[in-house]
Design a protein around this ligand. Structure first.
Ligand SMILES: *Cc1c(COP(=O)(O)O)cnc(C)c1O
Length: 411
């Protein structure tokens, strides 16, 4: 394909095209960063206004009951459960991804006494590794964090593995693990598996229960569009819920929070993974953002995502050839998630120049430009236009200007 009109034709046939109107997307922006911060769903604007003005403003504290604020974590969790192949009572929304990892990893470790190792990938998202370090440091017994490269994960598993902690889709390369096979191999050595779904929930069908997953965590502000700092979620397979005890034993994870007892009794089921009072504004925004997913088929989302990203890879490689870009994402569909990364020695400056041009992706150290493909609002013509903008910047060396070299606090 080498003309814009061919991409226009794909847009004309796209069954997901009408969903674009459900989002606030500024004029003149091509947003290829919904894998980092999803855009604002229009319905969220009204919902948050209603929560603030009516539920908080007028109903005041009565809203814990009348608007059922108390069960937002379970309601939001049930909506997410559908997207990740879990039962509604296996998922709750709470805290941040980092905090949820702390809770589930500590619980999982306690369930595997006599095994020393938490195995993860050296390239895993840093907060996952930092939290694992923290949990291992505070765990009882001799526990260690063992980091291996992504192609050595299966070999690293042994009778000494307590927990395997992996991110399903790698945040840098977009490489995707075979969830079913990896989970099975970990179970064969008697280890538990925690999947981080931050880059998969809402981007593709995930089937935790079909894979036999033990625990999972994930992010609410990426593909789920819950807004900056949205609550995260966690999954505990039903078969583990009675045995799993998490260390942040706050009152909302108590069996009877409003009995105000002085001793802790964990709530039955996944509710014991709650800690304190939910952020009602953020939970309400996420609950409404998830409505979109009630009526879209994630298989259709996945198919379009693969098509968008495949065209992007091919166009960049043909139209931007000779400018030093190198594909850092596996080409094969079954091996990649919903993003494409290219390495370039001046990746930071090129991305700044692209953003100045209205094409928003992001930079990941040390040398990656990362582009997320989010089929609910990304058009095929956006792919064409983004690659043309990139070509012009590289051709005219527009990135080579002091304004694009200055590092920002958030990249
Ligand atoms: C985005 C992301 C997180 C985010 O963690 P927070 O605690 O929400 O800041 C964690 N893990 C992975 C793999 C991510 O991609």
């Amino acid at each position: 394909m080498n003309s814009r009109s061919e991409f226009e034709a794909l847009d004309a046939q796209d069954e997901l095209a009408p969903w674009r109107d459900a989002f606030e997307l500024p004029e003149g922006v091509i947003y290829l960063d919904g894998n980092s911060l999803g855009p604002l769903p229009k319905a969220v604007v009204q919902r948050v206004q209603q929560v603030v003005q009516e539920e908080w403003g007028r109903e005041l504290i009565r809203s814990w009951n009348t608007a059922d604020w108390l069960h937002l974590p379970q309601r939001v969790g049930a909506r997410i459960a559908r997207l990740i192949g879990a039962e509604p009572d296996e998922v709750i929304a709470a805290d941040s991804t980092s905090v949820n990892l702390f809770k589930v990893l500590a619980a999982a470790l306690e369930m595997c006494p006599g095994r020393a190792e938490v195995v993860s990938e050296s390239g895993n998202f840093p907060t996952d590794l930092y939290i694992a370090e923290g949990v291992v440091h505070h765990a009882s017994g001799e526990r260690v964090l063992r980091l291996v490269s992504s192609d050595q994960v299966l070999e690293a598993l042994s009778a000494n593995t307590a927990v395997l902690l992996l991110t399903h889709v790698d945040y840098r390369s977009g490489q995707m693990h075979a969830m079913q096979e990896v989970t099975q191999r970990a179970h064969e050595v008697g280890a538990l598996v925690i999947w981080d779904l931050s880059h998969s929930a809402g981007a593709m069908p995930v089937d935790l229960n079909a894979c036999g997953a033990d625990f999972a965590i994930g992010c609410g502000y990426k593909y789920l569009n819950g807004g900056p700092g949205a609550p995260a979620f966690l999954f505990v397979a039903r078969r583990h819920q009675e045995a799993a005890r998490q260390p942040l034993s706050g009152w909302l994870g108590h069996a009877q929070p409003f009995a105000f007892e002085s001793g802790y009794t964990p709530a039955p089921g996944v509710d014991r993974f709650l800690c304190g009072t939910p952020g009602v504004l953020g939970m309400s925004a996420l609950e409404t953002a998830l409505e979109v997913f009630e009526s879209v088929d994630l298989q259709v989302v996945r198919s379009k995502s693969l098509l968008l990203s495949q065209h992007f890879m091919e166009l960049v490689e043909s139209r931007c050839a000779g400018f030093g870009l190198e594909l850092a994402t596996p080409r094969e569909a079954r091996l990649r998630g919903s993003q494409v990364s290219f390495a370039h020695p001046e990746a930071f400056a090129v991305m700044r120049a692209l953003i100045a041009q209205g094409v928003i992706g992001d930079f990941r150290a040390p040398n990656l430009m990362r582009f997320g493909f989010t089929p609910l609002y990304t058009r095929f013509t956006d792919v064409w236009d983004a690659v043309e903008a990139l070509r012009e910047i590289l051709q005219e060396r527009r990135w080579d200007s002091p304004e694009f070299q200055q590092r920002t606090a958030v990249t």
